[in-house]
Design a protein around this ligand. Structure first.
Ligand code: HEM
Ligand code: HEM
Length: 136
């Protein structure tokens, strides 16, 4: 039973990271689109597919974030029952919940502004560091 819970907890942890990665793709696909605009446009079918992929990533950004938090809650429940508290886990979790609240705030606000985007991006980086420390 304990073996099963350990494996499940680990799988849930990597599932959070999977959805976190999908949220961060929002930045990466836009960045590549800007940086390699001319190269992307050279091949029409590639450009079409890239646009489709980018739209998918941007459109579903918030749902990826919600899924990440959902699996975080399940991971937390399983790990808490198996091992008790994890300080590094709690720090990562706090940042992720803060990030989603920031996201919802930005989504609701019509004029988000540069400062909001800067904070939302910075928390994404802090979150990456916190996750790396948690799983090292
Ligand atoms: C953003 C939040 C989190 C992410 C992405 C995450 C991710 C992960 C991953 C991928 C693992 C497996 C690591 C490995 O096998 O080497 C893991 C292990 C673990 N997590 Fe989390 N976790 C998060 C939050 C939490 C929270 C809130 C707790 C609080 C109980 C927690 C407790 C644990 C524990 C106890 C382990 C096992 C540690 C060990 O094997 O040494 N995690 N986590
Ligand atoms: C783990 C959770 C999340 C992470 C790591 C994350 C990360 C990011 C990053 C790095 C950007 C910058 C993209 C760019 O430079 O254009 C961004 C943009 C944005 N995020 Fe998030 N985000 C998360 C969750 C959410 C949620 C839950 C929402 C809304 C409910 C949200 C709403 C937004 C909005 C409105 C933007 C502005 C650009 C756009 O519309 O794509 N984010 N996010």
């Amino acid at each position: 039973m304990l073996d099963f819970l350990e494996d499940l907890g680990e799988l849930l942890g990597y599932t959070i990271i999977f959805f976190y990665s999908l949220t961060v793709l929002n930045y990466i696909v836009k960045f590549l689109n800007k940086k390699f605009k001319t190269q992307i446009r050279k091949n029409k079918s590639f450009a079409d597919n890239y646009q489709k992929m980018m739209r998918f990533v941007v459109k579903n950004h918030r749902y990826f974030g919600f899924f990440a938090v959902f699996f975080l809650l399940v991971h937390f429940s399983v790990q808490f029952l198996t091992y008790g508290l994890s300080i590094t886990g709690l720090i990562a979790a706090s940042l992720m919940i803060l990030q989603v609240i920031l996201g919802i705030y930005g989504q609701k606000k019509k004029k988000r502004g540069k400062v909001w985007l800067m904070i939302h991006r910075s928390v994404a980086v802090l979150l990456l560091i916190a996750i790396a420390i948690h799983i090292e």
